[in-house]
Design a protein around this ligand. Structure first.
Ligand SMILES: [Zn+2]
Length: 150
């Protein structure tokens, strides 16, 4: 896909990540876009805010989008490489494409998704990486809890 469009869509996910950070949460944001480019849903990680470890940014955006007849042609945009759980969601529902802000601070399941025909657009976005670096430095225990390495 067009990189300029991917970067425009990423700004929505970054806004979500910043909202999460402002709420005292983990700064990961996501947004689901329809095949025609319509924003279907957006959200951010709510582990801390809701005490719910299953509310990742991608799941929050997916749930906000409500029921969709099909996910063919949709794009999940996320500030960070999707974990196994969210990579599973992408495959389960047949989401066609994943736009990723960065995969430096965390390398999730995007190689696996690519192997299974999901289009991956990795943007190497500096702002996304800095957001995570600062957060991990300030809250290492919370980050380890989120990625399950405690
Ligand atoms: Zn996840």
């Amino acid at each position: 896909m067009d990189q300029a469009r991917a970067r425009t869509w990423l700004t929505t996910a970054v806004e979500e990540a910043r909202s999460g950070l402002a709420e005292g949460g983990i700064p990961i944001g996501a947004a689901l876009f329809g095949a025609d480019g319509t924003l279907l849903g957006r959200g951010h990680n709510r582990r801390v805010q809701d005490g719910d470890p299953s509310l990742h940014a991608e799941t929050a955006a997916f749930r906000a989008a409500g029921r969709q007849r099909t996910y063919r042609g949709t794009t999940m945009v996320t500030t960070l490489s999707p974990c196994w759980y969210c990579s599973g969601l992408v495959r389960q529902f047949g989401i066609s494409r994943v736009v990723i802000g960065e995969a430096v601070t965390f390398h999730g399941g995007h190689d696996w998704l690519a192997e299974h025909g999901v289009e991956i657009v990795l943007l190497d976005d500096v702002e996304c990486a800095e957001l995570m670096r600062a957060f991990i430095a300030d809250h290492p225990a919370l980050w380890n809890e989120d990625i399950g390495v405690n």
